[in-house]
Ligand binder design. Structure first.
Ligand SMILES: [Zn+2]
Length: 329
């Protein structure tokens, strides 16, 4: 079992479709991710984000909890094949039993309504990775605003002035204490450097690429890649065309993903590379049409002169290193 993926939006997509009256199961569906595709893609661990759009949800915390409940339902229904990971031992146990592991994450710290007790309750439900923001300013921090994110547009600037708010700093401290990995994907550039300055442990960018190759503000600058790598963190390669190639935003190819991997290896070293597909949160033409196509990326990395050991690091071991340091025993 080889593949570890730090970010997908499958929970929010299943919730959205069910609200629209669609009958959709996790076992087999037409999304990027279902149980069958994870098995075909040789997954060891999939991180499942609770994703909340603060401007579309009347009650963001309820929206988050509904997704946590959906996650619980999935794990209960397919318990012989997939198991939740709250601790490192859970992960090892699942692996020994031949089960895929599933880890709950939160994409939008604003769901916590600025309350540390709410954060702790989400931790108790299993949330082990959290972004402080999505694309909107909230009570914790400023994001790199992406006004036309849904069309994959590029007309946006990095936010270099406004980073974390007072409450955001209190959250950082509590997240490090609890063992919730800080995820800087979506966070403003200023916020990234606030995190760097005010934390001690490795942090991650779960689904971001290299800005030098694709000038979208969802990607990391060279300086950020180096800082993240020096801290011992990882960044998950995002398969979305708009974050891969500014000249051809609609197309996501394994060749372009591998080119980002090559560049990031050059800037931050092999140790900071991981996978963060963004499956079920991205649109457009995808060469890797869903999770079952991951062997295509493995083959392309080989073609672009990554050794087998390096591919193992990107696909699994770097992410596991950071999780092992962060999850309770
Ligand atoms: Zn995202």
């Amino acid at each position: 079992m080889k593949t570890v993926d730090l970010h997908c939006d499958t929970l929010s997509e299943i919730r959205r479709r069910r609200k629209n009256g669609e009958e959709i199961s996790f076992g087999k569906n037409n999304l990027h991710i279902d149980l069958e595709k994870l098995q075909q893609g040789n997954y060891l661990l999939q991180c499942f984000a609770i994703y909340v759009n603060l401007k579309k949800e009347e009650n963001p915390l309820a929206a988050a909890l509904e997704q946590a409940d959906l996650f619980r339902e999935i794990i209960a229904q397919y318990s012989s094949k997939i198991g939740q990971v709250k601790t490192w031992i859970d992960l090892e146990q699942n692996r020994n039993e031949g089960k895929i592991s599933a880890l709950l994450t939160l994409e939008e710290g604003g769901c916590c309504a600025g309350s540390l007790p709410v954060l702790r309750i989400l931790y108790s439900l299993g949330v082990r990775i959290m972004t402080l923001t999505w694309n909107y300013e909230n009570d914790l921090a400023w994001p790199n605003i992406v006004p036309d994110t849904l069309t994959g547009g590029m007309n946006c600037g990095a936010q270099t002035e406004h980073g974390l708010k007072e409450k955001g700093f209190a959250f950082l401290e509590e997240m490090e204490r609890l063992g919730i990995l800080i995820d800087v994907s979506h966070l403003s550039d200023a916020g990234f450097f606030d995190v760097l300055k005010h934390t001690k442990k490795p942090f991650i960018a779960s689904h971001s690429n290299a800005r030098a190759l694709c000038g979208h503000v969802r990607n990391l600058t060279d300086e950020m890649i180096r800082a993240l790598a020096d801290r011992g963190g990882v960044m998950g390669l995002n398969y979305f065309g708009a974050f891969l190639d500014p000249s051809d935003q609609a197309a996501s190819s394994v060749k372009k993903i591998a080119e980002h991997a090559s560049y990031i290896r050059k800037v931050g070293g092999i140790g900071c590379l991981a996978l963060g597909s963004d499956f079920d949160g991205i649109s457009g033409e995808l060469e890797m049409k869903n999770a079952s196509f991951l062997p295509m990326l493995e083959a392309e990395l080989g073609k672009q002169h990554f050794t087998e050991d390096e591919i193992d690091l990107i696909f699994r071991d770097n992410a596991l290193r950071v999780l092992k340091g962060s999850l309770p025993g």
